[in-house]
Design a protein around this ligand. Structure first.
Ligand SMILES: Cc1cc2nc3c(=O)[nH]c(=O)nc-3n(C[C@H](O)[C@H](O)[C@H](O)COP(=O)(O)OP(=O)(O)OC[C@H]3O[C@@H](n4cnc5c(N)ncnc54)[C@H](O)[C@@H]3O)c2cc1C
Length: 403
């Protein structure tokens, strides 16, 4: 009987196992995850779960019984420590060796941390990647306490919103000249700056954190402009790195993550990769898309191709973020944009990214219809004129038809 092994029990790993069974794979499946729990969704970790709005059971992607019912052997609390590609086997932290016919790497990403020499390892300094991370910081979220959030990307902003909602005093420090600089246009940064400032979050942009201060436990921070602030705890949200160590040690090609071709296959034909750890070809580059949608779609392609298929993965990027009462929905990838058309004003607004006349991406704030229309246009390769998009007297359905 064939044996497929999946390394990593997260969003991509769970989708791989599920797709293999759905598509009729009747061999053995072993999924190995280093965390203590079955696969769960990460987005609520910085949103509803952190806020206390969502119970633990709702985080899990499948009920615990699903794995046994589908004959998937799930090993939790277990690390894969080595891949022996020549022998087609993996070594586990419990000393066992498992042989595979096909291997899927779904190892995700790990958050960047601040170095110990600037206080990054003080007690009370957290990252937000795993359920264990969030469970360990939850008791810090008591009204009146002071939290420092380092990094103004989506996760940092979401954590700041939760903190403010729960009555904490949140200070967010972003080293770049504006929040969301790496991922969004100035217009989107401005929107979220207004939102956070309006809810009492103290946003400091264009200033780095020089050091976290404290003896054993954080009590404050010194900023690059010399300012010192007192805090009770800190959250570091300064991006992630793909988990490539296993693949690299096994001699797989690495390019912006574990390099895969359009079939989600790595440089070893028996090994596939999907999700945050993997890069895929798009427009002549190897791109890595850190999102649930990407993890699902790429894992589905990997599963089908592990069974002998030859399907190609065409990324259709989408993403969302919840902050205060705003739902941001993003379609497409804005890489290379040279101008932005703004549609609407106030709380419901959308930003449409163009490269020349080509529509690349849409950020829709509290405007699900603009998101849907933008997404459909981008996926169909259609580009309505930016002037038309910016004119709210022209209805979205007309824009859809004109694209
Ligand atoms: C706080 C937070 C909020 C987010 N919000 C959004 C959002 O709003 N929208 C969105 O689209 N995306 C969001 N994301 C991103 C999204 O969650 C990820 O893109 C997605 O989880 C990637 O899935 P994955 O399976 O590739 O990786 P992961 O879900 O990280 O799973 C990888 C798993 O592999 C395990 N592992 C790694 N190495 C080994 C090994 N050697 N042996 C055994 N196990 C191993 C890891 O412990 C982990 O459990 C968010 C992420 C975080 C952390």
């Amino acid at each position: 009987m064939k044996h497929f092994v999946i390394v990593g029990a997260g969003q991509a790993g769970a989708t791989l196992a599920e797709t293999l069974r759905k598509r009729g794979f009747d061999g053995e499946i072993t999924m190995i995850g280093e965390e203590a729990v079955p696969p769960y969704q990460r987005p609520p970790l910085s949103k509803g779960y952190l806020l206390g709005d969502m119970v633990l059971e709702r985080l899990f992607l499948r009920p615990a019984a699903w794995y046994g019912d589908h004959n998937v052997t799930l090993l939790t609390n277990t690390d894969v420590t080595e891949i022996n590609a020549a022998q087609r086997s993996v070594t586990l932290s419990n000393g066992e060796t498992l042989r595979y016919d096909k291997l899927a790497l779904a190892t995700g990403a790990e958050p960047h941390r601040l170095p110990a020499r600037i206080g990054g390892t003080l007690a009370g300094v957290y990252t937000v990647r795993s359920l264990a991370d969030v469970d360990s910081m939850k008791s810090e979220f008591a009204p009146g306490r002071r939290v420092l959030i380092i990094g103004g990307g989506y996760i940092g902003l979401e954590a700041a919103a939760v903190a403010a909602k729960l009555g904490l005093k949140a200070t967010l420090v972003e080293m770049a000249s504006r929040i969301l600089q790496r991922v969004a246009a100035k217009e989107t940064s401005d929107y979220f700056r207004r939102l956070h400032s309006g809810h009492g979050v103290d946003l400091i942009e264009g200033v780095g954190v020089e050091a976290l201060l404290g003896e054993g436990r954080i009590t404050g921070a010194r900023l690059a402009d010399g300012r010192e602030i007192e805090v009770d705890f800190a959250i570091v949200g300064v991006g992630v790195a793909p988990r490539i160590a296993l693949a690299e040690a096994a001699g797989l090609e690495i390019e912006n993550g574990i390099k895969t071709n359009a079939q989600a296959q790595t440089s070893d034909p028996h090994i596939y990769a999907a999700g945050d750890c993997a890069s895929t070809p798009l427009n002549g580059a190897q791109v890595r898309i850190e999102s649930v949608g990407n993890a699902i779609d790429q894992a589905q392609i990997a599963a089908v191709n592990m069974m002998g298929g030859a399907e190609a993965y065409t990324p259709k990027p989408w993403f969302w973020s919840d902050q205060f009462d705003v739902k941001l929905q993003i379609a497409g990838l804005n890489t290379g944009y040279d101008h932005v058309a703004v549609r609407g004003e106030g709380a419901s607004v959308s930003h449409w990214y163009y490269m020349g006349n080509t529509l690349l991406a849409v950020d829709a704030m509290n405007d699900p219809r603009a998101y849907m229309v933008g997404k459909r246009l981008i996926e169909a390769g259609k580009s309505p004129a930016a002037e038309m998009v910016a004119d709210v007297s022209i209805e979205l359905k007309t824009i859809m038809a004109a694209g």
